[in-house]
Design a protein around this ligand. Sequence first.
Ligand code: ZN
Length: 64
Amino acid sequence: MTELCCKCQKKLTSNEIGLHKKLVNRGATEYLCMKCLGEHFRVSEEFLKRKIDEFRMQGCTLFL
Ligand SMILES: [Zn+2]
């Protein structure tokens, strides 16, 4: 299954999909890539990467 960013059509990683679910909407069916998500929330990609690490360390199953 390949999901594309609903804004820029970039191929998404499972981490990006997980991040979108965590930050935007758990039941989302359309996702944003990290870059577009960063623009949406006005944060850096670096910040989002740290968020993924944080969620992963909390044992969140959405992240690999
Ligand atoms: Zn995008």
